[in-house]
Write a protein that binds this ligand. Structure first.
Ligand code: COA
Length: 378
């Protein structure tokens, strides 16, 4: 018995931006980007919100778009049967309510508890691991007098509009990211193992190698003396929030902001992140295998976070695997953070690379520094 993946879907914005088009914005080339990253184009949302993309992915995963639940043989699920929504994003449309609550309302999931989870690019893997743990804990309660919520079927989503926090004049970062959403439905079944093992992990980002400060653009009414008298007279006055400088200092971004860059933008030390990513991916795969008592020979497919094709190649070499063991979907999407793994999983199902009974590993890494993996039987 276990938490089984029974539906999947993805939602992508309409606009496709090629490397040649990016070369109109920054000094770069298709040759540089594709050879260093494997990326040729990425989807950028112009009109679509994170929630719009998530809704498309979720409807597909629930089987509401007329084609079943995205996994062969899976019928559609009823709205009232979903009792949990976990939504992973670092680019929500709103701070309140959560994206999960907004998605719950749009889809009419009236029996669901909903919350967001931010673990950067590892967000979806963290969400699945947390969902499985909640389900397993609630199963232990079934029929007993336990005082917990009961979870039987959950919608787990990763959706991002990284284009909103990308500095489009920074060639070190803007060529890497894209927008999108992916979703899965998971269900507790008594007759299948589902998720066999999971591993979520944190290292410290001691050098601020991957950060993005939050931007709050409302005015502030207070200073060290209390209510600011000038503001009390004229609430249209734009008062600086003295704590912002301290946030920037903590994140090591003061210099960039001072140079006139957008404050709320991804800043990255590419080489440091690359080194962390390659090792984190490898370690997470080995950890879930060990926890499951399995070896790489037992695994049919690895579905990795899609940050850079070279990171996947590095990990493949370290693990002694051929690239055919990995689902690689980076060429026309780039890195869409928490949305990457569920979208890539959908690609694998769509192309028939996952058959019932196959053992699959999803693995991710990201800012924080977070990493993790989930091993399941399809
Ligand atoms: N086009 C052309 N040149 C570029 C460029 C671009 N888009 N971006 C950087 N360069 C230049 C650099 O300025 C540097 O020039 P210099 O030698 O004159 O200083 C040169 O290319 C090499 O830069 P470097 O940083 O050594 O390249 P790289 O091979 O490490 O590749 C990344 C850069 C960002 C693609 C790579 O480090 C990476 O993928 N890191 C991990 C990023 C990641 O995964 N982030 C998300 C994690 S969830």
């Amino acid at each position: 018995m276990g938490c089984c993946i029974v539906g999947c879907g993805k939602g992508l914005p309409a606009l496709d931006v090629t490397n040649d088009e990016l070369a109109q914005l920054v000094e770069t080339s298709d040759e540089w980007i594709s050879s260093r990253t494997g990326i040729r184009s990425r989807r950028i949302s112009v009109e679509e919100t994170s929630l719009d993309l998530a809704e498309v992915a979720a409807r597909q995963a629930l089987g509401w778009d007329g084609e079943g639940a995205g996994i062969q043989g899976q019928p559609a699920f009823a709205a009232e049967d979903i009792d949990l929504v976990v939504f992973s994003t670092l680019t929500p449309d709103a701070l309140l309510p959560s994206s999960a609550a907004l998605l719950r309302r749009r889809l009419g999931l009236t029996n669901a508890v909903s919350f967001d989870l931010n673990a950067a690019c590892s967000g979806f893997v963290y969400s699945l691991s947390v969902t499985e743990a909640l389900m397993a804990a609630s199963q232990a309660n079934v029929g007993g007098a336990g005082g917990r919520n009961h979870y039987h079927r959950a919608l787990v989503v990763g959706a991002e509009r990284l284009s909103r926090i990308t500095n489009w004049s920074d060639r070190n970062t803007c060529v890497l990211f894209g927008d999108g959403a992916g979703a899965v439905v998971v269900e507790w079944r008594d007759d299948a193992p589902g998720i066999i093992s999971s591993y979520i992990h944190n290292d410290d980002d001691t050098t601020n190698s991957l950060v993005c400060p939050a931007a709050f653009d409302s005015s502030f009414a207070f200073d060290e003396q209390g209510v600011n008298a000038a503001f009390a007279q004229d609430p249209a006055l734009l008062l600086a929030d003295a704590s912002l400088a301290r946030v920037d200092e903590e994140l090591g971004v003061a210099e960039g902001v001072a140079a006139g860059e957008p404050r709320q933008a991804i800043r990255m030390d590419g080489q440091k992140v690359f080194k962390f990513a390659g090792n984190a991916l490898t370690n997470a795969v080995l950890e879930v295998l060990e926890r499951a008592g399995l070896t790489l020979d037992d695994i049919a497919l690895i579905v990795p976070h899609q940050a850079n094709e070279r990171i996947i190649k590095f990990a493949a070499k370290k693990l002694g695997l051929g690239l055919e063991k990995f689902q690689i979907s980076i060429a026309h999407r780039g890195n869409s953070s928490a949305a990457c793994v569920p979208m890539t999983l959908c690609d694998a199902y769509e192309s028939g690379k996952i058959a019932p009974g196959d053992k699959v590993i999803m693995v991710a890494f990201g800012a924080g520094l977070t990493s993790g993996a989930v091993l399941y039987e399809a």
